[in-house]
Design a protein around this ligand. Structure first.
Ligand SMILES: NC(=O)c1ccc[n+]([C@@H]2O[C@H](COP(=O)([O-])OP(=O)(O)OC[C@H]3O[C@@H](n4cnc5c(N)ncnc54)[C@H](O)[C@@H]3O)[C@@H](O)[C@H]2O)c1
Length: 370
């Protein structure tokens, strides 16, 4: 399957990284997929991406990419306001589509696109990637199995601190004409999706409060910019079964990084997750004898459903691989540029000496000096 990525900023790179690494995580993968080419708003950026990441092709614009008969899948990673037109073009050209969230900037457009995809019989997905975090999959499983009973109440939060610096220039996410909505679109779409999916209930009503804390910023071209996209959003909601809850999202929360969390409370128990603790799901089983009750920290780590789990291993915590990437970079960079290389073989030998002495001590029962 040949994939063409439209828009190669943060998410374009993220999707390319995912495609290129699939074969390590899923075994047997059972299909071949590669990024054939990309296009960006500025051709020179697409060219740079081709050179940097070794893609075969680069396209002048999305029309050229979509028209390429070699492209099977169109992957849309552009700012939100462009999704609708690109989606229509890609679907009408008979391409399968992987599209970043939010799908569109209005519900009518999104419904039209969803209908078009069905009519064309194409395989399409919107990137609500947080569904695939292991503790989230486990939460879905437990709630679906009725382990927390009937859902009564929920809280979701997705908090960043990326807009706390008043000197930070406004980007397209501060411009409602481009993002279509503010942080509710940007972060809230994920949290709403998680609550709806895990609870298995449609939302039936909402009330909202939006906030712009930093009214003016410097615009992209140095002009004064009046922020018109919400920087925080506070939502209360009801679900089909009568459950009620709140969702808070924002980018003005000092001290937060990627703080995506939820708690779902049912008649028999509850589940809770925090992305900053990505290896664990907290589960409370209210049916246990009173004296044994308490939250269980369910270890999730690398225990993904088959055919995954083989690599990097079920016990490897999220982030373990990043250490290997750093280690390899450090070594190769030292070979290439002659900078200091560590941990050195001296470090290796020092550790070896300590271990040998420890064995000697275990055998003799005596303290061994090193
Ligand atoms: N799922 C997630 O975790 C997640 C995270 C961040 C952003 N997003 C979504 O991904 C999308 C892209 O966000 P981003 O953060 O990567 O933005 P970005 O600004 O980093 O990148 C946008 C890219 O789109 C390109 N572009 C703009 N207009 C274009 C056009 N008309 N044709 C071709 N390319 C064009 C730009 O050149 C740039 O390469 C948005 O919809 C955003 O909501 C999703």
């Amino acid at each position: 399957m040949n994939i063409g990525i439209i828009g190669f900023g943060g998410m374009g790179k993220t999707h390319a990284y995912a495609v290129e690494n699939l074969k390590y995580f899923y075994s047997p993968l059972g299909f071949d997929a590669k990024i054939l080419g990309v296009c960006c708003a500025h051709f020179e950026n697409a060219l740079k991406a081709k050179e940097t990441y070794g893609f075969e092709k680069v396209y002048a614009d999305e029309d050229e990419l979509i028209a390429d008969p070699l492209i099977d899948i169109v992957d849309i990673c552009t700012p939100n306001c462009f999704h609708y037109e690109t989606l229509k073009k890609a679907l009408n050209a008979g391409k399968h589509v992987y599209c970043e969230k939010p799908l569109c900037t209005t519900a009518d457009e999104a419904v039209e696109i969803a209908e078009l995809a069905k009519e064309k019989g194409l395989i399409c997905a919107v990137v609500f990637n947080t569904r695939f975090l292991l503790p989230v999959l486990r939460a879905k499983e437990l709630v679906s199995e009725g382990r927390i009973g009937e859902v009564l109440s929920f809280q979701g939060r997705f908090l960043h601190s990326s807009a706390t610096d008043p000197e930070k220039k406004a980007g397209w996410k501060q411009n409602r004409d481009v993002c279509g909505g503010g942080v509710l679109f940007d972060l809230g779409s994920h949290t709403i999706d998680l609550i709806r999916w895990i609870c298995g209930e449609e939302f039936t009503s909402v009330s909202g409060l939006s906030q712009i804390a930093y009214k003016t910023r410097i615009g992209v071209n140095g002009e004064e910019w009046n922020t018109n996209a919400d920087e925080a959003f506070y939502l209360t909601a009801t679900l089909e079964n009568g459950a009620c809850g709140t969702i808070t999202v924002g980018k003005i929360m000092q001290g937060t990084n990627d703080d995506h969390s939820f708690e779902i409370y049912g008649t028999k128990g509850s589940v809770a997750f925090d992305l900053m603790q990505p290896n664990f799901l907290r589960f409370y089983d209210g049916t246990r004898p009173e004296k044994e009750r308490g939250y269980t920290l369910i270890e999730c780590c690398g225990r993904y459903p088959a055919p995954s789990g083989v690599f990097p291993g079920v016990k490897a915590p999220v982030g373990w691989l990043r250490g290997h990437v750093g280690s390899m970079y450090n070594f190769l960079n030292a070979v290439a540029n002659g900078v200091e290389c560590y941990p050195s073989f001296d470090d290796g030998a020092a550790v070896q000496r300590i271990m040998e002495a420890a064995y000697e001590s275990a055998q003799s029962g005596m303290r061994v000096d090193i």
